[in-house]
Design a protein around this ligand. Structure first.
Ligand SMILES: [Cu+2]
Length: 467
């Protein structure tokens, strides 16, 4: 996930006429035919990963994270999914807006892919940005079934020297029984726990209540942190992605500031801050001016509202003699200025007409319900094709909820009137309110849900339905 690899991929992609990674055979069914020309094969299968010297079993797409998919705006994404798991699976393309039948939601947009089965996803990707793919069956995302998906613009406006993708995850798979990784998981304090068990003191920002012993950056625990390299004077582009099931993150780089250029892949006017807060499913692209003379710098990832620590390292070339910061060394920048939605101005606002929305929904987020209902015993939110739709949410629960709409980009309503265009927006707890608008231009049944997967499994889902 470095620029070196990107250049390599760019070359191989040019040869193949498609900017996709070569097929990843993983440990899939050996009898399967090779993928069609230009297709990437992803095999969902049991696998083992090394977490700082401890090998644990999980499920994944061959590597952790899964192979990076990188293509250019207007390309066709063509992925053959082979299911070598003992249960059904699908892939959802988080942040993309494919035709409904390619959205990867079992029993809503497609039949689940049964064990031993195959499904080919194929659609064009006109919109550039930083996206993710992940399984969308039960709690499979909580294992290793995820990876980054980058759509590059046909011509890049930003100027930078190197690029790195950072996927932030909370992890417990195979660790609970291992005993070698930090504290044992505590009692489950999720939405199913006794009333009051998940109440946070004061103004704590908590996105979830389950116990996760490890935080991983690109599949690696803090004792075995990934190292990003740079040179003095270089400008880095970081694509920071929260793929966790139950954890919001604070993110900062010691000794450096972050200039936000995109949120959820969509461009914003640059804003320079010291830290990011990412709900589950959210992504930020930032530029980092590497204006230090050298050294090794902590890239800190802190769980919001509870203990939990992950990290990566930023190493300047020529600093081989420098020792890295201690594992737990916490960048002061984590307490600095955050990028708020109100700070962000869309560079490409949605083409909303003048006047008022055609349709409005006002939905309370309470516990793990949306508008007082729990999926699947929940009414679809009916819209009509072509409408301008406004959804207003008020969160009266004790948890922050990152709400994700499939199949659309929406525009967050902020005082500037030009709020960021996103696909996942975090609604603060205890009275927090967020409103967004979207254009109903992609008919189908689309999930609108909390991206805390425990909350989703608990029914924090509605369908937006039209066409
Ligand atoms: Cu939630």
């Amino acid at each position: 996930m470095t620029a070196t690899r990107r250049r390599f991929l760019g070359l191989s992609a040019a040869a193949a006429g498609l900017a996709l990674l070569p097929g990843c055979s993983g440990r899939g069914p050996s009898a399967a035919a090779p993928p069609a020309p230009g297709a990437l094969r992803l095999t969902a299968a049991p696998m083992r990963v090394d977490l700082a010297g401890h090998e644990i079993p999980t499920w994944g797409y061959g590597t952790l994270p899964g192979p990076e998919i990188r293509l250019r705006a207007g390309d066709v994404l063509r992925v053959e999914l082979d299911n070598a798991l003992p249960e059904d699976t699908t892939i959802h393309w988080h942040g993309l807006a494919p035709p409904n039948r390619m959205d990867g939601v079992p029993r809503v947009t497609q039949d689940p892919v049964v064990p031993g089965g195959r499904f080919t996803y194929e659609f064009t990707t006109p919109v550039p940005g930083s996206f993710m793919y992940h399984a969308h069956v039960g709690m499979q995302l909580d294992r290793g079934l995820y990876g980054p998906l980058v759509v590059e613009p046909r011509s890049e406006e930003l100027s930078y020297d190197r690029e790195h993708v950072l996927m932030l995850d909370d992890w417990r798979d195979g660790v609970d029984a291992h005993g070698g990784h930090g504290p044992a998981p505590g009692p489950d304090a999720g939405p199913g726990a006794a009333p009051g068990a998940d109440e946070d003191p004061g103004d704590a920002v908590s996105f979830g209540g389950r116990s996760y012993p490890l935080l991983l950056v690109n599949g690696r625990p803090p004792e075995d942190a990934p190292v990003l390299t740079t040179r003095p004077g270089d400008r880095l582009r970081l694509r920071v992605m929260n793929i966790a099931a139950d954890t919001g993150f604070r993110f900062a780089v010691a000794g450096h500031r972050l200039t936000v250029t995109h949120t959820d892949g969509m461009p914003v006017e640059p804003v320079t801050v010291e830290a990011l807060r990412l709900g589950m499913g959210e992504r930020y692209d930032v530029l980092v001016e590497c204006d230090q003379a050298g050294g090794v710098w902590q890239i800190g990832v802190q769980a919001e509202g509870r203990t939990g620590w992950g990290r990566a390292l930023l190493r300047y070339d020529g600093s081989e003699a420098s020792s890295p910061p201690a594992v737990a060394e916490r960048p002061a920048e984590l307490d600095g200025r955050l990028a708020s939605y109100a700070d962000l101005l869309a560079r490409e606002p949605l083409p909303l007409p003048s006047g008022e929305p055609d349709r409005r929904f006002e939905l309370e987020l309470s516990g793990t319900q949306i508008g007082g209902q729990s999926y699947p015993d929940a009414d679809p939110l009916p819209v009509a094709e072509g409408e301008w739709v406004r959804i207003s949410m008020r969160n009266t629960s004790a948890k922050w909820h990152p709400m994700h709409l499939h199949g659309h980009h929406f525009q967050v309503l902020t005082p500037t009137g030009r709020g960021p265009v996103k696909d996942t927006v975090t609604v603060p707890a205890r009275g927090g309110e967020v409103t967004f608008d979207f254009l109903a231009t992609n008919p189908g049944d689309w999930l609108f849900h909390c991206h805390n997967h425990h909350h989703m499994e608990d029914g924090m889902v509605r369908l937006v339905r039209y066409g």
